[in-house]
Design a protein around this ligand. Structure first.
Ligand SMILES: [Zn+2]
Length: 79
């Protein structure tokens, strides 16, 4: 039964840090309790998760959008 298209993205969310922690991309980036964190869940049953600071998250999302746009364009070569 066709439903909504499935999401191909990893589980992504933004939520406040529960404690002081460092960015998974650059450990020099420190987030304090309450700072917003971009959380990426790993795939699989024993999935952990990684948290990124807002600056790194922003770069990652820009890159992800470009990658999605490139895939979409590749599917429509004559447009
Ligand atoms: Zn960072």
């Amino acid at each position: 039964m066709p439903g909504r298209p499935r999401s191909v993205l990893l589980r992504l969310e933004v939520r406040p840090a529960g404690r002081r922690c460092t960015c998974a991309h650059n450990t020099a980036h420190v987030m304090l309790k309450g700072d917003l964190r971009f959380v990426v869940r790993d795939r699989g049953p024993a999935a952990g998760e990684k948290g990124y600071c807002a600056a790194c998250a922003s770069e990652m999302l820009v890159k992800a959008k470009a990658e999605l746009d490139a895939l979409e364009a590749a599917l429509q070569p004559f447009h």
